[in-house]
Design a protein around this ligand. Structure first.
Ligand SMILES: Cc1cc2nc3c(=O)[nH]c(=O)nc-3n(C[C@H](O)[C@H](O)[C@H](O)COP(=O)(O)OP(=O)(O)OC[C@H]3O[C@@H](n4cnc5c(N)ncnc54)[C@H](O)[C@@H]3O)c2cc1C
Length: 455
Protein backbone atom coordinates (compact mmCIF):
# COMPACT_ATOMS: atom_id res chain seq x y z
CA UNK A 1 0.00 0.00 0.00
CA UNK A 2 1.52 3.39 -0.98
CA UNK A 3 2.36 5.73 1.87
CA UNK A 4 0.20 8.80 2.61
CA UNK A 5 1.04 11.68 0.30
CA UNK A 6 2.91 9.48 -2.17
CA UNK A 7 2.39 11.04 -5.54
CA UNK A 8 2.28 9.25 -8.89
CA UNK A 9 1.88 10.97 -12.25
CA UNK A 10 0.67 8.88 -15.16
CA UNK A 11 1.37 10.35 -18.59
CA UNK A 12 -1.30 9.33 -21.08
CA UNK A 13 -4.99 8.68 -20.48
CA UNK A 14 -5.53 5.83 -22.94
CA UNK A 15 -6.61 2.42 -21.67
CA UNK A 16 -3.07 1.68 -20.41
CA UNK A 17 -2.81 4.84 -18.28
CA UNK A 18 -6.42 4.61 -17.08
CA UNK A 19 -5.89 1.01 -15.90
CA UNK A 20 -2.73 2.00 -14.02
CA UNK A 21 -4.36 5.05 -12.41
CA UNK A 22 -7.45 3.05 -11.45
CA UNK A 23 -5.43 0.54 -9.42
CA UNK A 24 -3.24 3.19 -7.83
CA UNK A 25 -6.17 5.42 -6.86
CA UNK A 26 -7.95 2.45 -5.30
CA UNK A 27 -4.78 1.62 -3.37
CA UNK A 28 -4.75 5.12 -1.84
CA UNK A 29 -2.00 6.79 -3.91
CA UNK A 30 -2.24 10.46 -4.82
CA UNK A 31 -2.42 9.72 -8.54
CA UNK A 32 -3.01 12.09 -11.46
CA UNK A 33 -3.18 11.33 -15.17
CA UNK A 34 -1.81 14.01 -17.50
CA UNK A 35 -3.65 13.67 -20.79
CA UNK A 36 -3.07 16.16 -23.59
CA UNK A 37 -6.45 15.62 -25.26
CA UNK A 38 -9.72 16.95 -23.84
CA UNK A 39 -11.06 13.37 -23.92
CA UNK A 40 -9.72 10.28 -22.10
CA UNK A 41 -9.47 6.89 -23.81
CA UNK A 42 -6.75 7.49 -26.41
CA UNK A 43 -7.70 5.51 -29.51
CA UNK A 44 -10.80 4.07 -27.80
CA UNK A 45 -13.71 6.30 -28.75
CA UNK A 46 -17.36 5.44 -29.25
CA UNK A 47 -19.72 7.82 -31.04
CA UNK A 48 -23.43 7.57 -31.79
CA UNK A 49 -24.73 8.66 -35.19
CA UNK A 50 -28.18 8.10 -36.62
CA UNK A 51 -29.00 5.65 -33.80
CA UNK A 52 -25.90 3.53 -34.54
CA UNK A 53 -23.10 2.86 -32.06
CA UNK A 54 -19.88 3.55 -33.95
CA UNK A 55 -16.41 2.60 -32.78
CA UNK A 56 -13.80 5.06 -34.03
CA UNK A 57 -10.88 2.92 -32.82
CA UNK A 58 -10.99 -0.66 -31.57
CA UNK A 59 -14.39 -2.36 -31.74
CA UNK A 60 -13.73 -5.38 -29.49
CA UNK A 61 -11.04 -7.45 -27.82
CA UNK A 62 -9.94 -11.07 -28.01
CA UNK A 63 -12.02 -13.18 -25.62
CA UNK A 64 -9.10 -15.56 -25.09
CA UNK A 65 -7.17 -12.88 -23.16
CA UNK A 66 -8.97 -12.45 -19.81
CA UNK A 67 -7.54 -9.09 -18.61
CA UNK A 68 -10.22 -6.94 -20.27
CA UNK A 69 -13.24 -8.86 -19.00
CA UNK A 70 -11.69 -9.06 -15.52
CA UNK A 71 -11.41 -5.25 -15.36
CA UNK A 72 -14.88 -4.77 -16.89
CA UNK A 73 -16.37 -7.02 -14.19
CA UNK A 74 -14.55 -5.14 -11.41
CA UNK A 75 -16.11 -1.95 -12.75
CA UNK A 76 -19.59 -3.48 -12.53
CA UNK A 77 -20.07 -3.65 -16.30
CA UNK A 78 -19.98 -7.46 -16.57
CA UNK A 79 -23.68 -7.56 -17.56
CA UNK A 80 -22.96 -5.41 -20.64
CA UNK A 81 -20.38 -7.74 -22.20
CA UNK A 82 -21.50 -9.19 -25.53
CA UNK A 83 -19.75 -11.60 -27.88
CA UNK A 84 -19.31 -11.45 -31.63
CA UNK A 85 -22.09 -13.24 -33.56
CA UNK A 86 -19.80 -16.10 -34.53
CA UNK A 87 -22.62 -18.21 -36.05
CA UNK A 88 -22.60 -15.58 -38.82
CA UNK A 89 -18.83 -15.32 -38.98
CA UNK A 90 -17.48 -15.44 -42.48
CA UNK A 91 -14.59 -13.21 -43.43
CA UNK A 92 -13.81 -12.68 -47.08
CA UNK A 93 -10.51 -11.99 -48.82
CA UNK A 94 -10.42 -9.97 -52.03
CA UNK A 95 -8.54 -11.92 -54.70
CA UNK A 96 -8.36 -11.31 -58.46
CA UNK A 97 -11.59 -9.27 -58.49
CA UNK A 98 -13.62 -11.66 -56.30
CA UNK A 99 -14.52 -12.05 -52.63
CA UNK A 100 -13.32 -15.46 -51.48
CA UNK A 101 -14.43 -16.79 -48.07
CA UNK A 102 -11.65 -17.54 -45.62
CA UNK A 103 -11.68 -21.34 -45.43
CA UNK A 104 -13.05 -22.84 -42.21
CA UNK A 105 -10.54 -24.16 -39.70
CA UNK A 106 -7.71 -21.75 -40.56
CA UNK A 107 -5.93 -20.69 -37.36
CA UNK A 108 -4.47 -17.38 -38.51
CA UNK A 109 -2.13 -18.92 -41.11
CA UNK A 110 -2.36 -22.60 -40.31
CA UNK A 111 -4.95 -24.96 -41.82
CA UNK A 112 -6.50 -27.42 -39.36
CA UNK A 113 -9.15 -28.99 -41.65
CA UNK A 114 -8.49 -30.71 -44.93
CA UNK A 115 -11.65 -30.35 -47.03
CA UNK A 116 -12.19 -26.57 -46.69
CA UNK A 117 -8.53 -26.14 -47.66
CA UNK A 118 -8.79 -28.48 -50.64
CA UNK A 119 -11.90 -26.70 -51.94
CA UNK A 120 -10.92 -23.05 -51.41
CA UNK A 121 -10.07 -20.92 -54.43
CA UNK A 122 -8.10 -18.64 -52.10
CA UNK A 123 -4.90 -20.64 -52.61
CA UNK A 124 -3.51 -22.47 -55.63
CA UNK A 125 -2.68 -26.17 -55.82
CA UNK A 126 1.04 -25.79 -55.25
CA UNK A 127 0.33 -23.97 -51.95
CA UNK A 128 -2.21 -26.61 -50.93
CA UNK A 129 0.23 -29.44 -51.62
CA UNK A 130 2.90 -27.57 -49.70
CA UNK A 131 0.51 -27.18 -46.75
CA UNK A 132 -0.13 -30.94 -46.81
CA UNK A 133 3.58 -31.73 -46.89
CA UNK A 134 4.29 -29.28 -44.06
CA UNK A 135 2.62 -31.82 -41.75
CA UNK A 136 5.72 -34.02 -42.10
CA UNK A 137 8.24 -31.30 -41.20
CA UNK A 138 10.48 -32.32 -38.30
CA UNK A 139 11.76 -30.04 -35.52
CA UNK A 140 15.02 -28.35 -36.48
CA UNK A 141 16.53 -24.95 -35.92
CA UNK A 142 13.85 -22.45 -34.87
CA UNK A 143 14.83 -18.79 -34.70
CA UNK A 144 13.14 -15.43 -34.78
CA UNK A 145 12.77 -14.04 -38.30
CA UNK A 146 10.35 -11.89 -40.23
CA UNK A 147 6.73 -13.03 -40.43
CA UNK A 148 7.07 -13.18 -44.24
CA UNK A 149 10.14 -15.40 -44.08
CA UNK A 150 8.60 -17.67 -41.46
CA UNK A 151 5.25 -18.10 -43.23
CA UNK A 152 6.86 -18.50 -46.68
CA UNK A 153 9.21 -21.09 -45.21
CA UNK A 154 6.27 -23.18 -43.93
CA UNK A 155 3.52 -22.55 -46.48
CA UNK A 156 4.87 -20.49 -49.38
CA UNK A 157 4.60 -16.87 -50.53
CA UNK A 158 0.94 -17.11 -51.50
CA UNK A 159 0.06 -17.76 -47.83
CA UNK A 160 2.02 -14.64 -46.87
CA UNK A 161 0.16 -12.57 -49.46
CA UNK A 162 -3.38 -13.88 -48.98
CA UNK A 163 -3.50 -14.92 -45.30
CA UNK A 164 -0.70 -13.53 -43.10
CA UNK A 165 -0.47 -10.03 -44.57
CA UNK A 166 -4.22 -9.19 -44.65
CA UNK A 167 -4.94 -10.79 -41.25
CA UNK A 168 -2.02 -9.04 -39.50
CA UNK A 169 -2.68 -5.81 -41.31
CA UNK A 170 -5.95 -5.39 -39.41
CA UNK A 171 -4.12 -5.74 -36.09
CA UNK A 172 -0.87 -3.82 -36.64
CA UNK A 173 -1.27 -2.02 -39.94
CA UNK A 174 2.25 -3.31 -40.53
CA UNK A 175 4.60 -4.95 -42.98
CA UNK A 176 5.12 -8.72 -42.49
CA UNK A 177 8.55 -8.46 -44.12
CA UNK A 178 9.64 -6.34 -41.15
CA UNK A 179 7.56 -7.79 -38.30
CA UNK A 180 9.19 -10.25 -35.90
CA UNK A 181 7.41 -13.60 -35.78
CA UNK A 182 8.65 -14.13 -32.22
CA UNK A 183 6.96 -10.89 -31.10
CA UNK A 184 3.81 -11.09 -33.23
CA UNK A 185 3.08 -14.84 -33.44
CA UNK A 186 5.07 -16.32 -30.52
CA UNK A 187 2.79 -19.38 -30.26
CA UNK A 188 3.69 -20.44 -33.80
CA UNK A 189 7.41 -20.05 -33.16
CA UNK A 190 7.04 -22.28 -30.09
CA UNK A 191 5.14 -24.84 -32.18
CA UNK A 192 7.88 -24.81 -34.78
CA UNK A 193 10.49 -25.51 -32.10
CA UNK A 194 8.45 -28.34 -30.57
CA UNK A 195 6.83 -30.00 -33.59
CA UNK A 196 8.66 -28.67 -36.64
CA UNK A 197 5.27 -28.59 -38.37
CA UNK A 198 2.75 -25.86 -37.50
CA UNK A 199 -0.10 -28.02 -38.79
CA UNK A 200 0.83 -30.77 -36.33
CA UNK A 201 1.23 -28.16 -33.56
CA UNK A 202 -2.24 -26.70 -34.19
CA UNK A 203 -3.84 -30.16 -34.42
CA UNK A 204 -2.20 -31.19 -31.14
CA UNK A 205 -3.63 -28.05 -29.48
CA UNK A 206 -7.13 -28.66 -30.83
CA UNK A 207 -7.54 -31.85 -28.81
CA UNK A 208 -6.84 -29.94 -25.59
CA UNK A 209 -10.25 -28.17 -25.51
CA UNK A 210 -9.23 -24.53 -25.80
CA UNK A 211 -11.64 -21.75 -24.83
CA UNK A 212 -15.14 -22.06 -26.24
CA UNK A 213 -17.48 -19.11 -26.84
CA UNK A 214 -17.14 -16.09 -29.09
CA UNK A 215 -13.82 -15.07 -30.54
CA UNK A 216 -14.32 -11.37 -29.77
CA UNK A 217 -16.05 -9.58 -26.91
CA UNK A 218 -17.09 -6.00 -26.44
CA UNK A 219 -19.60 -3.84 -24.55
CA UNK A 220 -23.19 -3.40 -25.69
CA UNK A 221 -22.97 0.37 -25.80
CA UNK A 222 -19.39 0.43 -27.08
CA UNK A 223 -15.93 0.40 -25.54
CA UNK A 224 -16.34 4.08 -24.64
CA UNK A 225 -18.33 2.79 -21.63
CA UNK A 226 -15.16 1.15 -20.29
CA UNK A 227 -13.26 4.42 -20.68
CA UNK A 228 -16.07 6.40 -18.97
CA UNK A 229 -16.18 3.97 -16.05
CA UNK A 230 -12.44 4.26 -15.50
CA UNK A 231 -12.26 8.02 -16.10
CA UNK A 232 -14.96 8.64 -13.46
CA UNK A 233 -12.82 6.85 -10.84
CA UNK A 234 -9.48 8.61 -11.40
CA UNK A 235 -8.14 12.17 -11.48
CA UNK A 236 -7.29 13.49 -14.95
CA UNK A 237 -5.70 16.83 -15.76
CA UNK A 238 -5.59 18.03 -19.34
CA UNK A 239 -1.95 18.91 -20.06
CA UNK A 240 0.79 18.03 -22.51
CA UNK A 241 3.80 16.57 -20.67
CA UNK A 242 6.96 18.13 -22.11
CA UNK A 243 9.92 16.89 -20.11
CA UNK A 244 10.94 14.86 -17.06
CA UNK A 245 13.97 15.35 -14.83
CA UNK A 246 15.29 13.59 -11.75
CA UNK A 247 14.69 15.55 -8.53
CA UNK A 248 16.10 13.93 -5.38
CA UNK A 249 14.57 10.46 -5.18
CA UNK A 250 11.65 11.56 -7.32
CA UNK A 251 10.96 13.53 -10.50
CA UNK A 252 10.23 17.02 -11.77
CA UNK A 253 7.90 17.27 -14.75
CA UNK A 254 7.01 20.15 -17.00
CA UNK A 255 3.54 20.08 -18.53
CA UNK A 256 2.06 23.00 -20.49
CA UNK A 257 4.92 25.13 -19.15
CA UNK A 258 4.24 24.33 -15.48
CA UNK A 259 6.63 22.37 -13.28
CA UNK A 260 5.33 19.73 -10.88
CA UNK A 261 6.87 17.13 -8.58
CA UNK A 262 6.16 13.41 -8.39
CA UNK A 263 7.54 10.49 -6.40
CA UNK A 264 6.90 8.14 -9.32
CA UNK A 265 6.03 8.44 -13.00
CA UNK A 266 4.29 5.99 -15.30
CA UNK A 267 4.85 6.67 -18.98
CA UNK A 268 1.65 5.34 -20.56
CA UNK A 269 1.96 7.27 -23.80
CA UNK A 270 3.19 5.90 -27.17
CA UNK A 271 6.88 4.89 -27.18
CA UNK A 272 7.81 7.79 -29.50
CA UNK A 273 6.31 10.25 -26.97
CA UNK A 274 7.96 8.41 -24.06
CA UNK A 275 11.29 8.67 -25.94
CA UNK A 276 11.12 12.48 -25.89
CA UNK A 277 10.11 12.59 -22.24
CA UNK A 278 12.82 10.16 -21.10
CA UNK A 279 15.64 11.91 -23.01
CA UNK A 280 16.86 13.78 -19.91
CA UNK A 281 16.74 10.64 -17.75
CA UNK A 282 18.62 8.13 -19.91
CA UNK A 283 19.62 8.87 -23.48
CA UNK A 284 20.04 5.18 -24.42
CA UNK A 285 16.52 4.44 -23.08
CA UNK A 286 15.20 7.31 -25.16
CA UNK A 287 16.98 5.95 -28.25
CA UNK A 288 15.52 2.47 -27.74
CA UNK A 289 12.00 3.84 -27.28
CA UNK A 290 12.35 5.99 -30.39
CA UNK A 291 13.36 2.93 -32.40
CA UNK A 292 9.88 1.41 -31.99
CA UNK A 293 8.08 2.29 -35.19
CA UNK A 294 4.37 3.17 -35.36
CA UNK A 295 1.81 3.02 -38.14
CA UNK A 296 -1.03 5.47 -38.69
CA UNK A 297 -4.59 4.48 -39.47
CA UNK A 298 -7.99 5.87 -40.23
CA UNK A 299 -11.46 4.44 -39.70
CA UNK A 300 -14.50 5.52 -41.64
CA UNK A 301 -17.96 4.36 -40.54
CA UNK A 302 -20.60 4.68 -43.24
CA UNK A 303 -24.27 4.47 -42.22
CA UNK A 304 -26.75 3.32 -44.90
CA UNK A 305 -30.50 3.02 -44.99
CA UNK A 306 -31.01 -0.77 -45.35
CA UNK A 307 -33.70 -0.15 -47.99
CA UNK A 308 -31.14 1.71 -50.17
CA UNK A 309 -28.32 -0.82 -49.72
CA UNK A 310 -27.76 -2.37 -53.15
CA UNK A 311 -24.41 -4.03 -52.45
CA UNK A 312 -23.45 -7.58 -51.62
CA UNK A 313 -23.68 -8.56 -47.93
CA UNK A 314 -20.38 -10.14 -47.02
CA UNK A 315 -20.57 -11.81 -43.56
CA UNK A 316 -18.42 -10.04 -40.95
CA UNK A 317 -16.69 -8.21 -43.79
CA UNK A 318 -13.63 -8.46 -46.00
CA UNK A 319 -9.89 -7.86 -46.11
CA UNK A 320 -7.94 -6.57 -49.08
CA UNK A 321 -4.41 -8.05 -49.26
CA UNK A 322 -1.69 -5.50 -49.95
CA UNK A 323 -0.89 -6.94 -53.37
CA UNK A 324 -4.52 -6.29 -54.39
CA UNK A 325 -4.99 -3.07 -52.37
CA UNK A 326 -5.61 0.43 -53.63
CA UNK A 327 -6.44 2.29 -50.40
CA UNK A 328 -9.11 0.28 -48.54
CA UNK A 329 -7.51 -2.40 -46.30
CA UNK A 330 -10.57 -3.87 -44.58
CA UNK A 331 -14.29 -3.42 -44.13
CA UNK A 332 -16.60 -4.74 -41.38
CA UNK A 333 -20.37 -5.21 -41.50
CA UNK A 334 -20.86 -3.87 -37.96
CA UNK A 335 -24.45 -5.03 -37.45
CA UNK A 336 -23.58 -8.58 -38.52
CA UNK A 337 -20.50 -8.84 -36.29
CA UNK A 338 -22.21 -7.45 -33.16
CA UNK A 339 -25.79 -7.15 -31.92
CA UNK A 340 -27.05 -3.90 -30.26
CA UNK A 341 -24.89 -1.67 -32.46
CA UNK A 342 -27.06 -1.04 -35.50
CA UNK A 343 -30.84 -0.62 -35.37
CA UNK A 344 -33.17 -2.35 -37.84
CA UNK A 345 -33.38 -0.41 -41.04
CA UNK A 346 -29.69 0.57 -41.03
CA UNK A 347 -26.48 -1.04 -42.30
CA UNK A 348 -23.09 0.18 -41.08
CA UNK A 349 -19.83 -0.46 -42.92
CA UNK A 350 -16.66 0.27 -40.98
CA UNK A 351 -13.73 0.83 -43.30
CA UNK A 352 -10.09 0.63 -42.22
CA UNK A 353 -7.48 2.55 -44.23
CA UNK A 354 -3.84 3.55 -43.77
CA UNK A 355 -1.25 1.33 -42.17
CA UNK A 356 2.49 1.40 -42.75
CA UNK A 357 2.15 1.56 -46.55
CA UNK A 358 -0.36 4.41 -46.73
CA UNK A 359 0.10 7.07 -44.02
CA UNK A 360 -0.92 9.68 -46.61
CA UNK A 361 -4.59 8.73 -46.29
CA UNK A 362 -4.69 10.74 -43.03
CA UNK A 363 -3.92 13.91 -45.00
CA UNK A 364 -6.86 13.47 -47.38
CA UNK A 365 -9.91 15.65 -46.77
CA UNK A 366 -13.00 13.99 -45.27
CA UNK A 367 -14.72 14.39 -48.59
CA UNK A 368 -11.91 12.54 -50.41
CA UNK A 369 -11.78 9.75 -47.82
CA UNK A 370 -15.50 9.07 -48.32
CA UNK A 371 -15.07 9.25 -52.09
CA UNK A 372 -12.13 6.81 -52.07
CA UNK A 373 -13.97 4.34 -49.84
CA UNK A 374 -17.19 4.56 -51.84
CA UNK A 375 -15.37 3.88 -55.10
CA UNK A 376 -13.72 0.80 -53.64
CA UNK A 377 -16.98 -0.44 -52.09
CA UNK A 378 -18.58 -0.13 -55.50
CA UNK A 379 -15.83 -2.28 -56.99
CA UNK A 380 -15.87 -4.93 -54.23
CA UNK A 381 -19.53 -5.05 -53.15
CA UNK A 382 -21.23 -3.43 -56.13
CA UNK A 383 -22.55 -0.82 -53.67
CA UNK A 384 -23.73 2.40 -55.27
CA UNK A 385 -26.10 3.72 -52.56
CA UNK A 386 -25.12 6.92 -50.78
CA UNK A 387 -24.58 6.73 -47.01
CA UNK A 388 -26.92 8.81 -44.83
CA UNK A 389 -24.11 9.74 -42.48
CA UNK A 390 -20.49 8.97 -41.75
CA UNK A 391 -17.87 9.33 -39.02
CA UNK A 392 -14.13 9.56 -39.71
CA UNK A 393 -11.41 9.06 -37.10
CA UNK A 394 -7.71 9.62 -37.78
CA UNK A 395 -5.12 7.88 -35.57
CA UNK A 396 -1.62 9.14 -36.42
CA UNK A 397 1.30 7.00 -35.16
CA UNK A 398 -0.99 4.91 -33.00
CA UNK A 399 -0.19 1.24 -33.71
CA UNK A 400 3.20 0.02 -32.48
CA UNK A 401 5.18 -2.15 -34.90
CA UNK A 402 6.83 -5.24 -33.45
CA UNK A 403 9.60 -5.37 -36.01
CA UNK A 404 12.65 -7.64 -36.03
CA UNK A 405 14.74 -7.08 -32.91
CA UNK A 406 11.63 -6.08 -30.89
CA UNK A 407 12.05 -8.73 -28.20
CA UNK A 408 15.68 -7.78 -27.48
CA UNK A 409 14.85 -4.07 -27.64
CA UNK A 410 12.04 -4.41 -25.10
CA UNK A 411 14.25 -6.50 -22.82
CA UNK A 412 16.86 -3.74 -22.82
CA UNK A 413 14.17 -1.07 -22.31
CA UNK A 414 12.77 -2.95 -19.31
CA UNK A 415 16.30 -3.38 -17.86
CA UNK A 416 17.10 0.31 -18.18
CA UNK A 417 13.76 1.44 -16.75
CA UNK A 418 14.36 -0.75 -13.70
CA UNK A 419 17.56 1.20 -13.06
CA UNK A 420 15.56 4.44 -12.67
CA UNK A 421 13.74 3.94 -9.36
CA UNK A 422 10.15 5.17 -9.58
CA UNK A 423 9.89 5.16 -13.38
CA UNK A 424 7.50 2.69 -15.06
CA UNK A 425 6.25 2.00 -18.58
CA UNK A 426 2.89 0.89 -19.91
CA UNK A 427 1.30 0.89 -23.34
CA UNK A 428 0.90 -0.95 -26.60
CA UNK A 429 4.57 -0.77 -27.63
CA UNK A 430 5.97 -3.57 -25.53
CA UNK A 431 4.28 -6.91 -24.84
CA UNK A 432 1.09 -6.76 -26.89
CA UNK A 433 -0.98 -4.28 -28.86
CA UNK A 434 -4.50 -5.47 -27.96
CA UNK A 435 -6.70 -3.89 -25.30
CA UNK A 436 -6.21 -6.78 -22.81
CA UNK A 437 -2.41 -6.49 -23.24
CA UNK A 438 -2.56 -2.74 -22.60
CA UNK A 439 -4.70 -3.23 -19.48
CA UNK A 440 -2.18 -5.77 -18.27
CA UNK A 441 0.79 -3.42 -18.78
CA UNK A 442 -1.09 -0.61 -16.99
CA UNK A 443 -1.94 -2.79 -14.03
CA UNK A 444 1.60 -4.23 -13.88
CA UNK A 445 3.02 -0.68 -13.82
CA UNK A 446 0.64 0.21 -10.96
CA UNK A 447 1.76 -2.86 -9.06
CA UNK A 448 5.42 -2.00 -9.59
CA UNK A 449 4.73 1.54 -8.32
CA UNK A 450 3.08 0.13 -5.19
CA UNK A 451 6.05 -2.16 -4.57
CA UNK A 452 8.42 0.80 -4.93
CA UNK A 453 6.48 2.69 -2.26
CA UNK A 454 6.54 -0.33 0.02
CA UNK A 455 10.32 -0.78 -0.30
C1 LIG B 1 -7.99 1.96 -35.48
C2 LIG B 1 -7.57 0.99 -34.39
C3 LIG B 1 -8.26 -0.20 -34.22
C4 LIG B 1 -7.88 -1.10 -33.22
N1 LIG B 1 -8.62 -2.23 -33.04
C5 LIG B 1 -8.39 -3.02 -31.96
C6 LIG B 1 -9.30 -4.06 -31.61
O1 LIG B 1 -10.34 -4.26 -32.27
N2 LIG B 1 -9.03 -4.81 -30.51
C7 LIG B 1 -7.94 -4.58 -29.71
O2 LIG B 1 -7.74 -5.29 -28.72
N3 LIG B 1 -7.06 -3.57 -30.01
C8 LIG B 1 -7.28 -2.78 -31.10
N4 LIG B 1 -6.44 -1.73 -31.37
C9 LIG B 1 -5.26 -1.53 -30.51
C10 LIG B 1 -5.63 -0.92 -29.15
O3 LIG B 1 -6.82 -0.21 -29.24
C11 LIG B 1 -4.53 0.03 -28.68
O4 LIG B 1 -3.27 -0.63 -28.74
C12 LIG B 1 -4.76 0.53 -27.25
O5 LIG B 1 -6.06 1.05 -27.09
C13 LIG B 1 -3.69 1.56 -26.93
O6 LIG B 1 -3.90 2.08 -25.65
P1 LIG B 1 -2.78 2.98 -24.94
O7 LIG B 1 -3.37 3.55 -23.70
O8 LIG B 1 -1.54 2.19 -24.77
O9 LIG B 1 -2.42 4.10 -25.99
P2 LIG B 1 -3.31 5.28 -26.61
O10 LIG B 1 -4.73 4.88 -26.73
O11 LIG B 1 -2.59 5.72 -27.83
O12 LIG B 1 -3.24 6.40 -25.50
C14 LIG B 1 -2.08 7.15 -25.25
C15 LIG B 1 -2.51 8.50 -24.72
O13 LIG B 1 -1.34 9.25 -24.38
C16 LIG B 1 -1.62 10.61 -24.64
N5 LIG B 1 -0.32 11.31 -24.74
C17 LIG B 1 0.68 11.09 -25.63
N6 LIG B 1 1.72 11.92 -25.39
C18 LIG B 1 1.36 12.68 -24.31
C19 LIG B 1 2.02 13.72 -23.59
N7 LIG B 1 3.25 14.13 -23.91
N8 LIG B 1 1.35 14.29 -22.57
C20 LIG B 1 0.11 13.89 -22.22
N9 LIG B 1 -0.57 12.91 -22.89
C21 LIG B 1 0.06 12.30 -23.91
C22 LIG B 1 -2.39 10.55 -25.96
O14 LIG B 1 -3.12 11.74 -26.17
C23 LIG B 1 -3.27 9.34 -25.73
O15 LIG B 1 -4.53 9.68 -25.20
C24 LIG B 1 -6.78 -0.80 -32.37
C25 LIG B 1 -6.07 0.39 -32.54
C26 LIG B 1 -6.46 1.28 -33.54
C27 LIG B 1 -5.71 2.57 -33.69
Amino acid sequence: MPGAGSKVIVIGGGISGLSAAYDLTRAGADCTILEQQPRAGGVIETRVADGCTLECGPDSFLAAKPAAVALIKELGLGGDVIGSNDHQRTTYIWKHGKLVALPEGVMMIVPSRVMPMVKTPLLGWSTKIRMGLEYFRRPGESRDRSVSEFVADHFGQETVDYLAEPLLSGVYGGDPARMSVGAVLPRFLQMEAKYGSLVRGVLAGLGKGGPSGPLFQTLKSGLGALVDALASRVRITQAHAETIERSGNGFRLRADGNWMEADQVILACPAWAAAGLAAGLDSRLSELLAAIDYSSSLTLSLVYRAADFDGRRAGFGFLVPRIERERLAACTFVGTKFSHRVPDGRIVLRCFLGGIGDPGILDESDENVVKIAREELRRVLGLTAAPVSHVIARWPRSMAQYNLGHIQRVEEIRRRVKEIAGLHLAGNAYEGIGIPDCIQTGRAAAKAAQLTFAS
